[in-house]
Design a protein around this ligand. Structure first.
Ligand SMILES: Cc1cc2nc3c(=O)[nH]c(=O)nc-3n(C[C@H](O)[C@H](O)[C@H](O)COP(=O)(O)OP(=O)(O)OC[C@H]3O[C@@H](n4cnc5c(N)ncnc54)[C@H](O)[C@@H]3O)c2cc1C
Length: 428
């Protein structure tokens, strides 16, 4: 096939060398070898978050291959991603890496990692594939402004971009993909607003709560397998394992609650009262029956030596101390008043939170480019033709488990495919 006239050759500027930027660049360069694909990265390193993610192992995606179920892991963006996941989902991500010699393995909770347990495997794969495909990378070269030169004919609306770089130079591009990630002060958000886009309210997601409460004392390091945590005023409720920390509570159950309530908790400045059911959401009547059954069956045994809920001994001891029962009390001697207190405490302990800490393993930003302003078939802006968004810069975030990277792979894939195949977007 003859090369396109230089004037018709696509020049694609990708802003940000993270997971989304790299995946878009590779897809674009492989699909259209004539295209000129440039990645502009403000820092001196690429793929920084891939490197530190998953404790240095990189939780690339999640073993959930059903788009309908997959979207339920996204507090924001799930609805919009549904169609996108039909085009590029975790199975495609697994196959893509496999075809480049990187095998992924699945852990018991569904998280998928490279079999090497080393995020460098993913980085090497992405950087080598991009270089081989002819992607040009500009480090320490951020984008500080984009200016649109619109061209509207009866048949189509297109634009060209004049791009100002942080080194003072300017360049041009036929297509721009903004893939600058999340964060409260994100340059990509400023670029998007400068051309007419809206940024929804930003708040951190995936955090742990600071809580001081007698029931939590001296339990750091201990975990419970299934705890229900709720914030009734906002109708928020999540279940899962929780971990006691020296500052309060963490673990998947807490992180999920923080994700779904990211905006609400931010508005409350992380001061609120949570309700905790330590026995997986069991009803008070069920808890009472279990205690009464134990009272009959284990009449002569000490309370501390046996608990009907299989709680770790340290937690059960703390629970007995919290409701002021001597651990040596025999089950038969358990006063009704104390039994009632146990029911109430196990089913519904009220915990006052007093701040938050970010989860070191994984955190993301809730909020970003408003999704209604983006066509999810192509990831093209509905406001500016030839402008695309991919990754965390969008108002999309998932719970922990590989869902955030999957959103980056999917949205960047769709953006680059749309550019290379000239798939038209829709406007507002
Ligand atoms: C500690 C930690 C661990 C995580 N672990 C996991 C995990 O295991 N699994 C998971 O699914 N998710 C994880 N996440 C979330 C995941 O890393 C992000 O959702 C994902 O990296 C988003 O990819 P992105 O390409 O959109 O943005 P980023 O990876 O943030 O990349 C954006 C890039 O754009 C650059 N940039 C910004 N502004 C400009 C500019 N003006 N010009 C040029 N370049 C610019 C930035 O320097 C950066 O390199 C983790 C996050 C953190 C913080």
């Amino acid at each position: 096939m003859p090369s396109p006239h230089p004037q018709n050759r696509k020049t694609v500027a990708i802003i940000g060398a993270g997971a989304a930027g790299y995946f878009a660049a590779i897809t674009m360069a492989e699909a259209d070898p004539e295209a000129q694909v440039q990645i502009y990265e403000v820092s001196r390193r690429t793929l920084t978050k891939v490197s530190i993610s998953g404790g240095g192992r990189c939780n690339v995606t999640h073993h959930c291959f059903d788009p309908k179920e997959l979207v339920t892991y996204y507090p924001r963006g799930g609805k919009e991603l549904r169609g996108a996941f039909h085009k590029w989902q975790p199975r495609d991500t697994v196959d893509w890496f496999q075809s480049r010699g990187v095998s992924l393995k699945t852990e018991a909770d569904g998280r998928m990692f490279p079999t090497t347990d080393d995020s460098q495997t993913i980085i090497t794969c992405l950087t080598e594939t991009a270089a081989k495909a002819g992607v040009q990378l500009h480090l320490r070269t951020g984008v500080s402004a984009i200016k649109i030169q619109s061209n509207e004919t009866a048949a189509e609306r297109t634009s060209k971009f004049q791009i100002t770089l942080t080194n003072g130079e300017t360049t041009t591009a036929s297509h721009v993909i903004i893939a600058t990630g999340g964060g409260q002060k994100n340059a990509g958000h400023a670029l998007a607003t400068s051309v007419g886009h809206t940024i929804t309210d930003l708040a951190p997601s995936l955090f742990t709560f600071h809580i001081k409460h007698p029931l939590l004392e001296d339990l750091q390091g201990l975990s419970l397998p299934e705890v229900q945590v709720s914030f009734p005023p906002a109708k928020l409720q999540q279940s899962g394992p929780i971990v006691f920390t020296h500052w309060g509570l963490s673990g998947p159950g807490i992180l999920k609650l923080s994700a779904w309530g990211a905006r609400v908790f931010s508005e409350l400045n992380y001061q609120c009262e949570l309700s905790v059911n330590w026995y997986g959401g069991a009803k008070p009547d069920e808890i009472r029956s279990a205690l009464e059954h134990s009272k009959q069956q284990n009449a002569r045994k000490a309370l501390v030596s046996l608990n009907p809920f299989d709680f770790p001994r340290r937690f059960w001891e703390r629970m007995l101390a919290y409701v002021s029962i001597s651990p040596d009390t025999q089950w038969a001697q358990l006063p009704k008043k104390n039994l009632n207190q146990l029911v109430e405490s196990i089913a519904n302990t009220r915990l006052q939170t007093n701040g938050k800490s970010m989860n070191k393993e994984e955190f993301v930003t809730c909020g970003g480019v408003k999704l209604k302003e983006v066509d999810f078939k192509t990831m093209q802006s509905r406001i500016v033709p030839n402008l695309y968004f991919a990754g965390e810069v969008l108002d999309i975030d998932g719970v922990t488990g590989g869902f955030n990277f999957q959103a980056a792979w999917t949205t960047s894939k769709l953006a680059a495919q749309a550019i290379s195949a000239d798939i038209p977007g829709t406007t507002i």
